[in-house]
Design a protein around this ligand. Structure first.
Ligand SMILES: [Mg+2]
Length: 392
């Protein structure tokens, strides 16, 4: 069996272009789907997949680890840069989809699963709608509370908010009080049985991240995400040690060695590896094993498209330390038109029953995808009040 082509199919979904990867074999009808979505780097990823395909055409698609090593180590540069690691991930997911199809089993069964019956989903405020999630102002605590109630009304028992505003390296009480008010309003609105998450998007400096973490600790957040830059491992560890709230991070780390350093410093309690950025299932399974050795939980980063979600779920049904699946359902209204999934969601509880179809269980409607060709992503740029550059 040989790989004959590696194709990319780009689907413009407002703030992201979903990059679907199709690995085609010489067996009639046998191909695999992956996803390599990397917002604002779409052309770079598509080009990188083309570069990598020169290593793989003519190779046996079932030798996944061997092909992963080729993609990571050959061409001289290791695959740790995010564009390359995303391209590798998209191909790797598609290879595992092929292996599942060959054996007639869902991917999680290839890795000793299933390890659980259901997986809980959490949503973004507004279901991942760009304006609701990213642009609700932190001086509008009521809107946070209203969107929180809406999420619970849609069946979710957990949701994530962006209640921490961009701040300069040091600011006074105002942004901390604003974040506090938003989280207080959400907790008041949904009660104690619903899990609330706050994503800082690595906007704060370590000093501000510590202030936000301590101020919000009283609300019993399910997790507090990226309280400072991922480069500041010691500061992540200091914040994690200073509060009761579990710290989550990892969506911008691309490979095992980076997670080794994060875990060794105890920089988090929850590892948010992204299956579409950290080299696919092949590398993610190594990261998951290492996390397990530290008793660190897994909650993969997944704001992307439907193949990424299917991958996160297949992973979750095979990994004991997986706790919850990030999901968006309201980023574009036609999301359900382009894909059929092998898993089922109980919309009254937003829990997933596992996929029964081979591989990732995904069918992509390529004609529907072609209705949404590449467009430049909507820019999301932050400048502080003095005009200097901030983190989005
Ligand atoms: Mg995040």
């Amino acid at each position: 069996m040989k790989i004959t082509a590696i194709e990319t199919l780009v689907c413009h979904a407002r703030m992201r272009n979903w990059v679907f990867v199709k690995v085609v074999t010489d067996q009639p009808g046998l191909f695999g789907w992956g996803e390599a979505t990397l917002e604002w780097h779409t052309r770079g990823v598509v080009g990188t997949i083309e570069d990598l395909s020169s290593l793989l055409i003519g190779e046996d698609p079932t030798c996944v680890e061997h092909l992963w090593q080729m993609m990571w180590r050959q061409h001289f540069w290791h695959g740790s840069g995010v564009t390359r690691s995303t391209a590798i991930a998209g191909i790797d997911l598609a290879l595992w989809d092929i292996v599942g199809k060959i054996h007639g089993v869902p991917c999680h069964k290839l890795w000793g699963g299933p390890v659980r019956d259901t997986i809980r989903l959490y949503c973004h405020l507004g279901g991942g709608n760009l304006e609701n999630f990213y642009e609700t102002p932190v001086d509008n605590a009521k809107q946070f509370a209203d969107l929180a109630q809406q999420a619970v009304g849609e069946g979710f028992s957990a949701f994530k908010s962006m209640a921490v505003p961009p701040t300069m390296a040091v600011e006074g009480l105002k942004p901390v009080k604003a974040a506090d008010a938003c989280v207080a309003a959400m907790r008041e609105a949904v009660g104690e049985e619903v899990d609330i998450m706050v994503d800082c998007h690595a906007r704060p400096s370590p000093a501000m991240g510590m202030q936000f973490a301590k101020a919000l600790d009283q609300y019993g957040l399910y997790f507090f995400e990226e309280p400072c830059w991922p480069e500041n491992i010691e500061s992540l560890a200091a914040i994690n040690a200073a509060v009761t709230t579990p710290i989550a991070t990892g969506e911008r780390l691309t490979h095992l060695a980076a997670f080794r350093d994060l875990f060794a410093a105890r920089g988090c309690e929850i590892c948010q590896l992204d299956l579409t950025h950290c080299g696919g299932f092949t590398e993610a399974r190594r990261i998951a094993a290492l996390a397990d050795a530290h008793r660190i939980a897994l909650a993969p980063h997944n704001p992307q498209g439907p193949v990424s979600t299917a991958a996160s779920l297949e992973f979750g049904f095979s990994q004991p330390n997986y706790i919850i699946c990030e999901s968006v359902h309201n980023d574009v209204p036609w999301r359900d038109d382009i894909v059929e999934e092998g898993y089922t969601i109980d919309k009254s509880t937003r829990t997933v029953t596992r996929n029964t179809q081979p591989g990732l269980g995904i069918t992509i409607n390529e004609d529907e995808v072609r209705k949404h060709p590449f467009e430049q992503e909507v820019p999301q740029r932050v400048f502080y009040q003095d005009g200097s550059v901030g983190d989005w």
